[in-house]
Design a protein around this ligand. Sequence first.
Ligand code: ATP
Length: 440
Amino acid sequence: MTAVSSDEPLVRVENLKKYYDAESGFFSRLLGEERKVKAVDGISFEIGEGETLGLVGESGCGKSTTGRTLLRLEEATEGSVYYRGRDITNLDGEELRDLRKEIQIIFQNPQSSLNPRLTVNDIIGEALDIHGMAGADTRDERIKELLERVGLNASHANRYPNEFSGGQLQRVGIARALAVDPDFIVCDEPVSALDVSVQAQILNLLKDLQEEFGISYLFIAHDLSVVEHIADKIAVMYLGQIAEMGTPEELFSPPQHPYTEALLSAIPEPDPGWEAERIILEGSVPSPIDPPSGCKFHTRCPRVIPPEEFSFPQEEWRAVLSLTTRIAADDLDIEAVEAGLDDTSVENVASTIRGEYGIPDRLSDPEAEEVLSTALRSVIESAPDPVETGIAERFASPCTTTNPELRPIERGTAACHLFDEAHLDAPAAPPTVRQRGAED
Ligand SMILES: Nc1ncnc2c1ncn2[C@@H]1O[C@H](COP(=O)(O)OP(=O)(O)OP(=O)(O)O)[C@@H](O)[C@H]1O
C-alpha cells in the first residue's frame, strides 16, 4: 500500500457526473433527441484515511450510482475520482485489477450478491484467489480467521448462503470484502434490509473493523439516523447533487438546509414526550431526466424564497409556486377539473384549482393576485392549447432560476440560496424541529 501525501485525501471526487441514456419514446427518437438520466450531476467530496463519509438521500437520488462509479463498476460521464492522488477514471487492465484489491463493496442484499451455489469457503476463497492473497497452505486458515473476525464460526465455512440469517450473511459479505485487505469500502445500504437489532450489530462491527484496520468507508443509506452515529462527515444528496455536507453536528444542531431539515424531521423520535413537527415534503422526487430549473429542490422546498417584487407569506408562496410550476410546464389538466364540476364557469374552475393547491381566494398581495388570476383565467379559457402566460417569469425567484453551488456556510457547506447574503433574513427553520446532538 502506498502512503498518501499528507495533504491528499485517500479519495477525492471532483465534479463527478454519471448520465445514462433514457429510454426514448417514438417522438423523441423521431426528433433525434437524446434524453439522459442525470443520475449523478456534478458532485465533489473527499474522504480521508480511516474516515467515513455518509451519503444519504431519498431513493433514486444517485447514491448507488456514485458508489458504483467510484469503484469503476460504472464509467463516469464527466469528472474525476482520485484515489491516493491518482485519477482512476481511466485505469484499465492490470492497474484496474490492482485498484479492485484496494477498493471493495458491501451490498444491501447479500442474498443476491453472494453466489448461492458456492460455500462460504469458496465465496471468500474466490476473492483471495483473484488477487493471489493466499497460498494453498494458508488459504483455509485465512478464511477461518476472517470468519471469526466478523463474528461467525469457523465451521460455517462449509455452509451455503441459504443456511444463514440476513445478519450472518451480511457478515459473510463483510468477510469477503475484508479478504483482500482493502483500504476503502463502499458500503451500499449494508443494513437497510436487516432488523433494527441486527443493524446495530453490523454497524458496530464495521466501526470496529475501521478502528482495527484504518479502513475508509463511503457509507450509503437512505436514512439519516443510520449514518449519524457512524459517519465523520455526511453528504445529503438530492437529484444527483449534494445539497449539504458537513459533520453530523454541523448538519443537525440545528439543521440548516431545508432538505436536511425535512429528512431529519422524518426520523421517529424515541422520546415519546418529544413533540417535533414532521415536515411533509410535497409531491415526489422529480425525474432526473427533466430536473427542475434553478435549485432542483425548489419544487418541494418548504422554505423556497419568494420573488422580491411581491409580498408573500411563506405558505401562500409555496402553494402559488406549485401551481405556477404546473402552469409554466403546461401540465394543468383543465378538462379533468371541469369534468368533475357542474358549474364550469371560469370563476368556479379557477376557485377549484386554487382550492386544490391550498391557495386562498385572494392573495395577500394585490399585485401578485393580479398576476395569478390573469394567468389562471388565460389557461382556463384557452385550454387545452398550450398557453404562454409569463407567470413563471413574473414569479421568478433565485430558487427557480439559479442552481445554487455547494459552498461554505457558517457550519459545513450547503447549496441553498437561503445562505446568500441577500436572503439571510428569509424565514428560519421552524422552532419545532429538534436540534439533534444537543439532546443526544
Ligand atoms: N443503468 C441505468 N440506466 C438508466 N438509469 C439508471 C441506471 N441506474 C440507475 N439509473 C437511474 O439513476 C437514478 C439514480 O439511481 P441510483 O440507484 O443511483 O439511486 P439511489 O439513490 O441509490 O436509489 P436507491 O436507494 O433506490 O438505490 C435513478 O433515477 C435510476 O432510475
